[in-house]
Design a binder for this molecule. Sequence first.
Ligand code: DGJ
Length: 730
Amino acid sequence: MIFYDDKEKCFHIKTKNTSYVIGILKDKYLLQMYYGKKIKNYVNYIENCPVGNSYSWAGKDIEECGHIKDVNDIPFEYPCYGSPDLREPAFHAQYENGSAITDFEYQGYKIYEGKLKLAGLPCSYTETEDDAETLEIYLKDQVTGLEAVLSYTAFYDFDVITKNVKVKNGGTEKINIKRIMSSTVYLFGDGFELLHLEGNWGKERNIQRRKIINGEMSIDSKYGGSSHGHSPFIAMARSNADENNGEVYAQTLVYSGNHKTQIEATSQNVIRVNSGLNDFGFNWLLESGEDFQTPETILVYTDNGFGGMSRIFHRFIRTRITRGKHRDAVRPILLNNWEATYYDFDENRIVEIAKKAKDAGVELFVLDDGWFGDTPNKKYCFGDWKVDKNKLPYGIEGIAQKVTDMGLGFGLWFEPEAISEDSELFKAHPDWCIEVDGRKRSLVGAGGMRRLLDYSRKDVCDYIVETLSNILKSAPISYIKWDMNISMTEIGSYGLPPERQQELPHRYMLGLYDVLERITTAFPDVLYEGCASGGGRFDAGMMHYFQQYWTSDCTDAIQRLYIQYGTSMFLPASAMSAHVAACPNHQNGRTTPLETRANVAMTGQFGYEFDLNTLSDEDFEETKKHICLYKEIRETVNFGELYRLKSPFDSNNSVVEYVSDKKVVVMRCTILGEILSKRYNIKLKGLEPDAKYMDNESKIVYDGDYLMNVGLNFFNSRDFESQMIVFDKV
Ligand code: DGJ
């Protein structure tokens, strides 16, 4: 998978279909020579360099360059500030004498089987001995003694390369790290386009595609979480790339906090892409002997278009990032009471809702927000996590027992990162809150009454682990929804000295990851679902702890077509929770057919968000059928391969297909009906041409090549009309 070519002086990292080559120049500088479709050998790299006129530099020392034009297209593997290369660096630090020059020189390397964990951070892992191989390249700045380790892991069968960087202060001086990126990648040539995912609360992950023009642009988050605004994911594609064909270079960070991806294109047709922690409001003091680990970046290259890219991410995130007993298991169909009751419930009401859900075939009941605190006094008391006995006189234990006695699993909602000023916790520990003394504190986030606990403090993390553990031990709880509804604003920590205040956003994430690691390890049988006002922190980092995620607070089926389509760019259906909600929809007032609400939700982790007692008898019978259908198809949707056949972003339909060894599931939905609608044709993908596939409803048997070449025709007859077509491979 990885070898060092002594003759050519380069490292060659190979996966099944890709190659990544790093050259060593003058025994000192590392250059990224090639990343793309697999090649056998990389030869003659200096003369055949990927960049143009300035490669005269290749034979010189950097200090002989004389002018920026000599180096502004050189693909330095890990560019640092403090050289004639004045593009955006991946690394920027300030030293005790005030200077900001770093000059990392090559020292050596090591190649080994497997992959090490990243201390304190979520990361990919291997499962078998020959899953992956790792290359570590060692660098050193001779003046300050700062050392760096660049790590590359090749997951051969997955066609994935992961990268991360670790620095160690090997000198005696203090160092202030101002920017430390996880990865730098180069694209050579023009005509590249950028695809990224932007959004907001209730409308997460809209696909944006635009030409990369000379200059700089960045995709980032300053929210404290990876955010609804910009996912830590980008794809750069040739302009002719589409869903099925064409070259795509994509990457996502395994990180859930402030992130940044910078894209800088020069007139030399070289595009540099740095990705990692956001350097906005960031500074990290590295004392002598201390080290700093960056998050991991997952790199994917394919020439099979965006569809090929997504299938690689899905397989990798599902099986080499996500962990836990439920990783490979089909998940229970759940009913969550949030939109059914909001805060207005008591035990009888919950029992009534749960009973009806059980009758319909639901497998798990989830009690959402509002179960704690003291409702008559309107005190929600985030942080105390004491049950509201006015609503639940027998506590969580009592309601959990009643629900499990019905034969349903019982799940519970928490927002463990929140604290309210009303709480006993706040009275005892006012310094556990994120704030700056003497400054106003905006209550930013849903509900407004909560503030953010300071997870950079070990005492806070210990308290949360203990409090949650006691509740989990006290009752038969088989599922947790871990919510987080607050943006980090006006931030400050009472636990950090002034010179470390700008470390808070990253230290917060390290504390959160530590808490999640401890809880998920202590309670391995629990199914964990993440949430952040819907999909506000839905990223590969969180998928290391949670098996699924509440994709969005918008439960309208039509808006969900866009949200789920965009999310599927890098996150798998097994991770995407999707529920049937009441109509008119609570977020946008739209009324859609029950069948469409069910069909759209069935393309993710299926569930309900309303009281089934409110259904007519006829709709209740239909609901039972939907639940039976999902039980039949869920394995294919969760673990099959996704083919996106029609995009709601550029057509009047959304059509997605899931293919497993046994079944093919196609969900098609019309957005707006048309009078005298013309046919639209759908050609299936990923089937075996010679195999036979039987339509479960019509019982017609098709050949695979028929479905892939002739395809099926449909009409846009009515607004919001949809269909789930299931084929059994016979
Ligand atoms: C935001 C979540 O996204 C909702 O599903 C719900 O759990 C509310 N929080 C409860 O406050």
